[in-house]
Ligand binder design. Structure first.
Ligand SMILES: [Zn+2]
Length: 65
């Protein structure tokens, strides 16, 4: 019997959201994040690799201002 329904509310939900974003959608392994700064184009490229599947999960580019 589980009688402990004392969730800490928003912080738990927030943590779950972050976990969902950083885990491989195929195998659930924690993704390896890399940030590559291109000083010529003034952009930061964000790559997420799964060390298990060896695949790129996402690539985002941010412009530095
Ligand atoms: Zn994976």
């Amino acid at each position: 019997m589980e009688d402990s329904k004392t969730f800490e509310g928003t912080s738990d939900e927030h943590q779950y959201f972050i976990d969902d974003q950083t885990l491989c959608c195929l195998c659930g392994t924690k993704l390896d994040f890399k940030h590559e700064v291109d000083y010529m184009k003034l952009t930061v490229r964000e790559d997420a690799d799964c060390p298990c599947c060896k695949i790129h999960m996402k690539t985002k580019e941010h412009t530095l201002q």
